[in-house]
Design a protein around this ligand. Structure first.
Ligand SMILES: [Cu+2]
Length: 137
C-alpha cells in the first residue's frame, strides 16, 4: 500500500467512525424519548407486561367505557383515568413494578425497567459487578 492510499484509508476510517458514532448517539436519544403505550381495553392492560429502558415514559390510554387506574402501591398511582383519557409516567428507579387497577384488582400488569440486571461501576466508571434485582414491587 502506498503512503497515499494509507492516508485515504485513514481518512475514510475517521469518517466511518464519526458517522457511526453519530448514528449510535442519535438512536440512543430516540429510544430514551420514545413513549411506550399501554392500552386499557376490554378490562385489560395491553400489553400486560412491558419492558422499558430507564428514562422512558409510559402512557396508559383508556379505550374502555369505564374509568380505570394504573396503581403500584408505594411507587405510582395514576388516580382515575376517565374513558378516552390517558396518563403518563416515567419510572424513577430500575426494577420490576407490578401494578393493578384499583377499581378492578383483577386487572394487573407489570413494568420492567432496564431488565433485572443492575450494573455497578467502580470509581473509574468500569463495570465492577452485575447483580440480579430480587426486589419486587
Ligand atoms: Cu379498571
Amino acid at each position: 500500500m502506498s503512503f497515499h492510499s494509507v492516508q485515504k484509508f485513514g481518512m475514510l476510517g475517521i469518517l466511518v467512525a464519526t458517522l457511526s458514532l453519530g448514528w449510535v448517539t442519535q438512536s440512543a436519544d430516540a429510544s430514551a424519548e420514545k413513549t411506550v403505550i399501554v392500552k386499557i381495553e376490554a378490562m385489560q392492560f395491553r400489553p400486560k407486561e412491558i419492558s422499558i429502558s430507564f428514562g422512558q415514559e409510559i402512557e396508559w390510554i383508556n379505550n374502555d367505557l369505564v374509568p380505570h387506574t394504573a396503581t403500584s402501591a408505594g411507587n405510582f398511582d395514576s388516580k382515575t383515568i376517565e374513558p378516552g383519557k390517558s396518563w403518563k409516567f416515567k419510572p424513577k428507579k430500575r426494577g420490576l413494578f407490578k401494578y393493578v387497577c384499583s377499581f378492578h384488582p383483577a386487572m394487573s400488569g407489570s413494568i420492567e425497567v432496564d431488565g433485572r440486571v443492575n450494573i455497578k461501576t467502580d470509581t473509574n466508571n468500569r463495570i465492577s459487578e452485575t447483580e440480579t434485582l430480587t426486589q419486587k414491587y
